[in-house]
Write a new protein. Structure first.
Length: 135
């Protein structure tokens, strides 16, 4: 399968650059996905407004999730346990594991997300549409 971008080239994006998706109180910024990584992984930032819920409990049948908290504190559900993840916290959630995240604080919070392998980004346009229709 031929990819649109040459994934053998260095990719440099500054703060805020990438493919931006607005999902209610969340904003996702995809830094690299199938186009840049030959479907091997995708990397995105997820920013949550103060006192906001995430996407709801869900699982990925074909992807491992890695989260790294960049700013603030993010509440993360993995399996049946919630943890409070502060800046610098690293969490790997294996495929087929129920997970969710939320910002239960009064400050903006953000995390870096790695999807391994890539492909999750294909869902983003339909997710944006759902959030627009269900405000």
């Amino acid at each position: 399968m031929k990819h649109k971008n040459d994934h053998s080239q260095t990719l440099i994006l500054t703060a805020g650059q990438g493919r931006v998706y607005h999902l209610g109180a969340m904003t996702a910024i995809f830094k690299a996905d199938e186009n840049e990584t030959a479907d091997q992984y995708s990397i995105s930032e997820w920013w949550l407004a103060p006192n906001s819920n995430g996407p709801g409990p869900h699982q990925h049948d074909d992807q491992d999730q890695v989260f790294y908290v960049l700013e603030g504190t993010i509440s993360i559900l993995t399996g049946d346990k919630w943890i409070e993840a502060d800046r610098g916290t690293f969490i790997r959630i294996p495929r087929n594991t129920i997970h969710n995240f939320a910002n239960r604080t009064n400050k903006k919070a953000g995390m870096l997300n790695f999807d391994i392998p890539g492909g999750f980004e294909k869902n983003m346009p339909s997710m944006v549409k759902w959030f627009e229709e269900n405000k």
